[in-house]
Design a protein around this ligand. Structure first.
Ligand SMILES: Nc1ncnc2c1ncn2[C@@H]1O[C@H](COP(=O)(O)OP(=O)(O)OP(=O)(O)O)[C@@H](O)[C@H]1O
Ligand SMILES: [Mg+2]
Length: 344
């Protein structure tokens, strides 16, 4: 990442495991990323690759049984000091002052995150009360302002409605409003539009993008769809089996993907050209079981560009293959390609 950028959040070599009676789930295995202040990054990968658990780790919200066993999560606070949130006590004062206030999250499941028995105002005002020192009149004004910000029409009336009275897109806008209630610095949006149809998805993504720019938020957008990140983020991290296998500036990564997994993800995005829809290719096989991590490159069992036995035996190092573009694949490692030449 460019040295001119101030890094607000940096995750280094993060491992997260779930210790269960039947075995250990290796949910995150060496995840690494940097979020520059005021910029946006995308974390992209198939279901189960560790996106949500990585996000939960940053705010000390791991589900029961989950433990960070290695790595650092370095958050640069408002006063410039750096705290490793991986070291903070799970429900201690320190992490509670960061979670929801400085780092806010739009959760993957809107209907489980919103209460069906409380009005939108009840829920928004509770969030504001928790984080800001305002009187009742100010809380109501801030609540209406938040709903207006996310584009809910007649916000002063709709604020007293219940969530079931809203469409899916409107509910997701309420989720965004709740996440922004405390003036956060970092917004994590976990699959914010997966449950929505395509046109509403585009509208909700636009709300997030516009607010990110207007409020100078640092944004982490989590999605399984490489197509979604195109107009949304500056930088993309492609995640597979709990680690980043490729990362780079969005334009470079979408135009010139290097890792066979990234290429596969790109081929699986449906594209319609004129009257005709291109054939969609899926990546063969499935993500290996997180109980047993494979030896060698984590992607080798599904890769169609194997370079030899090394892929099954040694995990590839992360190598820099151009300006801010990194890839972990033996095709590009010096041991295979002498001098590290990249021929595509
Ligand atoms: N509460 C839990 N207990 C045990 N294992 C879990 C738990 N939550 C997640 N995992 C495991 O951790 C791994 C990573 O899960 P995670 O939810 O982070 O994936 P994801 O990339 O967010 O997937 P999706 O796209 O489906 O949301 C998976 O193997 C998952 O089965
Ligand atoms: Mg998830």
């Amino acid at each position: 990442m460019n040295k001119d950028n101030n890094i607000i959040l940096e995750v280094r070599n993060l491992d997260v495991k779930f210790f269960q009676d039947i075995g250990t789930v290796n949910a995150v295995n060496g995840a690494t990323f940097q979020l520059p202040e005021g910029k946006s990054i995308g974390i992209v990968g198939e279901s189960g690759c560790g996106k949500t658990i990585t996000a939960y780790s940053t705010i000390g919200l791991l589900p029961p049984g989950g433990k960070i066993t290695n790595g650092e999560i370095l958050y640069t606070q408002r006063d410039g000091s750096v705290v490793d949130t991986a070291q903070l006590r799970k429900d201690g004062k320190e992490i509670r002052s960061i979670r929801g206030r400085d780092i806010s999250m739009i959760f993957q499941e809107p209907m489980t995150a919103l209460s069906p028995v409380h009005t939108i105002y009840n829920q928004l005002s509770e969030m504001i009360r928790l984080h800001l020192d305002l009187n009742e009149k100010e809380i109501r004004e801030r609540s209406i302002e938040l709903l207006q910000m996310v584009g809910i029409p007649a916000a002063d009336k709709r604020i007293d409605e219940y969530v079931f009275q809203l469409s899916g897109g409107m509910r997701q806008r309420v989720m965004i409003a709740m996440a922004l209630a405390s003036y956060p610095r970092i917004l994590i949006a976990d699959e914010p539009t997966t449950a929505l149809d395509v046109t509403i998805q585009a509208q909700v993504l636009k709300v997030i993008k516009d607010l990110q720019e207007k409020l100078s938020l640092s944004l982490i957008l989590i999605t399984h769809d490489l197509g979604v990140v195109a107009h949304m983020v500056d930088y993309v991290y492609v995640m597979y089996l709990g680690r980043m296998v490729e990362s780079g500036p969005v334009d470079q990564l979408l135009v010139e993907p290097l890792h066979p997994y990234t290429k596969g993800l790109l081929r699986s995005i449906p594209r319609v050209r004129g009257e005709r829809q291109d054939r969609i290719d899926s990546i063969p096989g499935t993500v290996p079981d997180a109980y047993f991590l494979p030896q060698g490159c984590p992607f080798h069992s599904r890769c169609n560009e194997l370079v030899g036995e090394i892929c099954k035996k040694e995990a590839p190092e992360r190598v820099c293959v151009g300006s801010e573009h990194y890839v972990s694949c033996h095709i590009y490692s010096g041991s295979v390609n002498e001098g590290g030449a990249i021929d595509g």
